[in-house]
Design a protein around this ligand. Structure first.
Ligand code: GDP
Length: 350
């Protein structure tokens, strides 16, 4: 049996020595703070998680492949410093029947080391194609070291917490939450109301999937989809951010249905919630099959942005007002989901 340590995999983005690579990851070609394209970072993360998982799975099932099932919340601890390299240190934390949790520590070497984020991906190993694809039964790991056992326990804990959190999200509003929504509606009844309506703060985009984007046979690279979802969400958030919105956290990303070549994708993003300097944007990706017989939600993400000035100081964001039932539900969902993320992520990002 292998230990988690033996599943280690590291990817380095050589921003210090590869000018072309550095340029590819820049938001602007002038020296500004927080100049790293976060969407592209997400794309790399997904690829690293896939490679770390495949290295393990293919030792036992050479033809199997892995797909991303979910990305647990990611809190951004610091913005990326473009004058240092970026290291993605990946390792398998836990192996279930056919799923694996990959942990990735993103950091920048130097004194002191700069911790960008810690990320946890749930991947599933599959073999076969199309309708005939089945999940494979994976051999487990030997969690010999204390830290390995702790990480394996935490992986199971994260899964359990997510299920509990999902159950809580569907609960009716508490007395305080109900009051919060009532106040937001009452404000809109005022004849002088000038607030920003959630229903107006949206952005959408259409895209066709070409063979160029293919990752595993017939499916589309998940990292590409979340990058696109993030970039559109960022544009959407700019409609309400008085300064510059930058990524603060990814609340959770779920992959429900694989996207296939020839699919038409409809991305919809909406500002669902604001609090202090934070903005939550929900992004959904709907896939429409080439023969138009299947329409399904392939992906749903919730991103949290923080509005900052040129020196990365947090600046307030206006209140967003939900109007109808769906907007209320999304407001409440983001309110609940971002409580701890906002509290934890409220540190100085510089
Ligand atoms: P932790 O998960 O609470 O221990 O948080 P960390 O930020 O220390 O690490 C995040 C994840 O990155 C871990 O769960 C590991 O899967 C992985 N990881 C951490 N340190 C290393 C390392 O030195 N090498 C490799 N390959 N992976 C690491």
């Amino acid at each position: 049996m292998l230990s988690p340590l033996q599943t280690s995999f590291t990817k380095v983005l050589s921003l210090t020595s590869d000018e072309a690579l550095k340029r590819r990851f820049m938001v602007l070609d002038v020296p500004i703070q927080a100049n790293m394209r976060f969407g592209l970072l997400l794309e790399v993360l997904d690829k690293v998680a896939e490679e770390a998982a495949l290295n393990y799975v293919n030792q036992f099932f050479p033809d199997a492949r892995v797909v991303t099932a979910a990305i647990d919340n990611i809190i951004i601890r610091h913005v990326t410093d473009m004058s240092r390299d970026v290291h993605f240190k990946a390792r398998i934390n836990h192996v279930g029947r056919s799923s694996l949790e990959i942990g990735i520590r993103v950091e920048q070497p130097g004194v002191p080391v700069r911790h960008i984020a810690s990320c946890y991906f749930t991947m599933v190993a599959r073999s076969g194609m199309g309708e005939g694809a089945v999940s494979v039964a994976l051999p487990g790991l030997d969690y010999g070291e204390d830290i390995e056992q702790q990480r394996a326990d935490k992986a199971l804990q994260r899964r359990k917490e997510y299920k509990q959190q999902q159950a809580r999200l569907n609960e009716p509003p508490s007395r305080e939450e109900f009051q919060m929504l009532t106040d937001l509606h009452a404000a809109q009844d005022d004849p002088g109301f000038k607030g920003l309506l959630a229903g107006k703060l949206t952005a959408d985009a259409w895209e066709r999937m070409y063979p160029e984007q293919e990752n595993v046979p017939k499916k589309i690279f998940g990292g590409y989809l979340i990058r696109r979802a993030y970039e559109l969400s960022s544009i959407c958030s700019e409609q309400i951010a008085p300064n510059r919105p930058i990524a603060a956290a990814v609340n959770r990303i779920n992959f429900f249905h694989p996207v296939r070549m020839g699919d038409t994708l409809h991305y919809t993003t909406r500002v669902v919630y604001t609090k202090g300097s934070f903005i939550c944007v929900e992004a959904n990706i709907e896939r429409i099959s080439r023969d138009k017989t299947t329409k399904a939600l392939s992906n749903s993400c919730l991103f949290t942005f923080v509005n900052v000035d040129d020196d990365l100081q947090q600046q307030p964001v206006p209140q967003v007002y939900p109007t109808n039932y769906g907007e209320d539900a999304r407001y409440l969902m983001a309110h609940r989901s971002s409580q701890t993320l906002i509290a934890e992520g409220a540190n100085d990002l510089s």
